[in-house]
Design a protein around this ligand. Structure first.
Ligand SMILES: [Zn+2]
Ligand SMILES: [Zn+2]
Length: 474
């Protein structure tokens, strides 16, 4: 902790004033003026308290020593274990701009529109659980300066002939991309960081440890080289597109090789060593059974992203109230013919079957976190860097699909009943209506399963961290 020079109380970073402020006597200090002996900039490490969750193994750090009473990753209310350690010093930080009050307000506004969300998500007690956490990012600065060479061609028709002119385009390029940033923590899911992006890098400040006072930070455990190629690719394609939009290059097709190696050499792309930067996030977790949902608010811009499950009772009540008037309205304008009714239920059954299948695919990929490169990297850091890093297979194994049999059986039965009746082609219309009713019952089974699976999709598996420690720490 940082001691108040006036009364010895705990100085904490105050968002409203962007200064360190004493809880007791309200003394204010500039964060750069308040340092501990070991905070000097020459040091590559700084002192932290590491808090570890006994249930999931998740870790967050702080410069404070006060007890942490819940875990932001798995939502457990438990005293986190703590130990003193040293952490690699980030180069930059975007300090929190949004106060906790502003963050709660932004969240409440968003949740007002979530009609079917469980009421607990809107309780004051839950909303008070927002915790300010700095998330580490790797930021890359890429420059492209000097004379560039690009080959291009332009084709045109004159009479019966097709002419193609070849161009060797050259020019001066002076481009610089600052702070292309990528989530450096494997515990913070990439899809969360994408949803609350972007951050305004103009708010970036030189890091000093006292900024963390009163807040937490996640540790950077993803290798810096993981995202370097992405950053280079982004810079190359952005520059190339900008160049080709120039008047002189109108109508010309690039014939130079477009792989990143050749582009980097024709554009003189230089990637500076990546820097550690901390970005502010208000973070909250909601645990239900063995699933957890996260709500996050960008601590600089106030952008909200939340996993919002559906309360089935609320949903059935809501959609039932809506379906009744629609049905009565339709009845006024159309008379349902027996075959049409059955065809309709057949199509509906096929549709729900498909929706359910897509949903299960999504759940599978989400739980395996196949799209989260930082996480995949932690799972198998020694594999050569490539897209095939994913440890989970791309398509769902059929054993996974079998687990969801009941949901499928509803619409499948509906499809079979409908087809059977069409094949038999009975004389009485009653068969068609009866078949349609039976099909709708089957469809309802699948729809219930869809909602239940939607909730799984809107939430996450409880995290289980296997922190081996060491490789990224002193
Ligand atoms: Zn004081
Ligand atoms: Zn935990």
């Amino acid at each position: 902790m940082y001691k108040c020079p006036n009364c010895g109380g705990n100085l904490k970073f105050d968002i409203a004033t962007q200064q360190l402020k004493c809880d007791y006597c309200l003394t204010q200090k500039d964060p750069y003026e308040v340092t501990k002996e070991k905070d000097a900039e020459e040091n590559t490490l700084f002192d932290v308290t590491v808090f570890t969750c006994p249930q999931c193994g998740g870790e967050i750090i702080s410069t404070d020593t006060s007890v942490a009473e819940f875990c932001s990753f798995c939502g457990a209310s438990t005293i986190l274990g703590s130990r003193i350690s040293r952490e690699k010093r980030p180069s930059y930080i975007i300090p929190f701009q949004q106060t906790k009050e502003a963050c709660k307000q932004a969240y409440i506004t968003k949740m007002r529109r979530a009609l079917f969300a469980p009421s607990e998500l809107k309780h004051q007690k839950y909303i008070d659980g927002f915790r300010g956490i700095y998330i580490p990012y790797w930021t890359y600065t890429i420059s492209q300066k000097g004379t560039i060479h690009i080959n291009g061609s332009k084709s045109y028709r004159r009479g019966n002939y097709l002419y193609t002119d070849q161009y060797d385009l050259s020019g001066e390029l002076d481009a610089c991309y600052y702070d292309l940033s990528y989530d450096a923590s494997s515990s913070f899911s990439d899809n969360i960081s994408e949803k609350i992006a972007p951050y305004d890098v103009k708010g970036t400040k030189r890091f000093t440890p006292s900024f963390l006072s009163g807040f937490y930070a996640d540790t950077a455990d993803v290798d810096s080289c993981l995202y370097q190629n992405d950053a280079i690719k982004l810079a190359n394609s952005t520059s190339l597109n900008a160049i080709m939009r120039e008047n002189a290059f109108k109508g010309i097709t690039v014939t130079s090789k477009k792989n990143d190696f050749s582009l980097s050499s024709s554009l003189n792309t230089i990637c500076n060593p990546p820097e550690r930067t901390l970005y502010p996030v208000w973070f909250m977790s909601y645990r239900k059974g063995d699933r957890v949902a996260y709500a996050t608010v960008n601590g600089q811009t106030g952008k909200v992203a939340a996993d919002i499950p559906i309360d089935i009772r609320k949903y059935l009540l809501g959609s039932g109230l809506l379906a009744l008037p629609i049905f009565l309205l339709l009845n006024l304008f159309f008379t349902f013919k027996p075959t049409a009714t059955l065809v309709f239920s057949l199509l509906l059954a096929a549709f729900t079957f498909l929706v359910y299948l897509l949903e299960i695919k999504q759940i599978y990929h989400r739980d395996m976190r196949t799209d989260d490169r930082g996480y995949q990297f932690r799972q198998s850091p020694n594999e050569p860097q490539s897209k095939s890093r994913n440890t989970a297979p791309e398509s769902i194994p059929s054993t996974e699909l079998l687990k969801y049999g009941i949901g499928f059986s509803g619409s499948l039965a509906a499809i079979m009943i409908a087809i059977l009746i069409f094949v038999i082609n009975p004389v009485s219309d009653l068969w068609y209506y009866g078949g349609a009713i039976a099909a709708f019952a089957g469809i309802l089974v699948t729809v219930m399963a869809i909602i239940q699976k939607y909730n799984i999709l809107a939430t996450r598996k409880l995290p289980q961290f296997e922190r081996k420690g060491g490789d990224d720490r002193a």
